[in-house]
Design a protein around this ligand. Structure first.
Ligand code: R5P
Length: 262
């Protein structure tokens, strides 16, 4: 791996554990003012000290994160449709020059395997990897986002493997209870899980724990952190699973303890 690419990857995945807690705050790019992310600065600022990277758009980065913040950025560079339209109809919307100007540690884009515009998004990924590799920029491929989709291990395995075959350096996908280990085994690059819709904290911590046990290299989590009534306690508990090998039960105890302080 090229030095620059390796160095950027190491800014996202902590060398001590080889894992990462990415904070996903890019939801507004198709959902607008998502619940509890209405004012991104307010949501993001208290969580920055506990995030290994922020995953967001350039608009939120420029306007809602201080440039002196000591946190790497994985910049979302794809978009197009809003929640009102066909989500898979994405293009690359932010240039590599912009990603470099913003000192990004990586760029992220969505692929919609099985979606109406599957081919377009996979070709987007191929082109983005071609360009990114010229600059030593890791590409995060985000899979399995969509309104009505059976997110079983067969589908997730297909989507993740395809993303890796196109050259993605990191793949983000959803966790599934049955066969997630197979999804990880079939994907030759690190997988991080999205959290999905907000569920109770205990359940989200169990999901994080199970994903890590199955071989995920971390999380790129949004709503299950900042839609919690105690987001700082929650991100600390997730970190304990990812970096300190806490069990789900231990992490939940930590959450309960921390939430009294917040
Ligand atoms: C979706 O396209 C976005 O990339 C989100 O960042 C992603 O779904 C992760 O967020 P959450 O944990 O809220 O599912």
């Amino acid at each position: 791996m090229d030095w620059g690419l390796k160095n950027r990857m190491s800014r996202v995945f902590k060398s001590k554990t080889g894992r990462t807690v990415m904070l996903a705050v890019d939801h507004g790019y198709f959902q607008g003012p998502t619940t509890r992310l209405e004012n991104p600065r307010k949501t993001i600022t208290p969580l920055v000290p506990y995030a290994d990277s922020l995953m967001l758009t350039r608009g939120t980065l420029r306007n809602c994160v201080d440039a002196v913040a000591d946190v790497p950025v994985v910049l979302r560079v794809s978009g197009g449709p809003s929640i009102l339209k066909e989500l898979s109809n994405e293009e690359i919307t932010t240039s590599m020059k912009e990603a470099l100007r913003l000192n990004s540690a990586g760029v992220g884009m969505s692929v919609f395997v099985g979606g109406e515009h599957e081919k377009q998004t996979l070709v987007n990924l191929g082109h983005l990897v071609n360009e990114a590799e010229e600059f030593g920029m890791p590409v995060l491929a985000i899979t399995a986002v969509g309104k009505e989709m059976e997110r079983d291990s067969r589908y997730l395995g297909l989507a993740c493997r395809i993303a890796a075959e196109y050259g993605a350096h990191i793949v983000k996908t959803y966790y599934c209870k049955e066969g997630f280990g197979k999804v990880v085994d079939g994907c030759p690059v690190p997988i991080v899980i999205a959290g999905g819709k907000k569920i109770e904290e205990k359940g989200a911590l169990e999901m994080s724990y199970n994903a890590i046990q199955a071989g995920a290299k971390g999380v790129d989590m949004g709503r299950n952190i900042w839609q919690s009534d105690h987001p700082v306690a929650m991100i600390k508990a997730v970190r304990a699973i990812v970096h300190d090998n806490y069990t789900a039960k231990e992490a939940n105890e930590l959450f309960e303890k921390e939430k009294k302080r917040s």
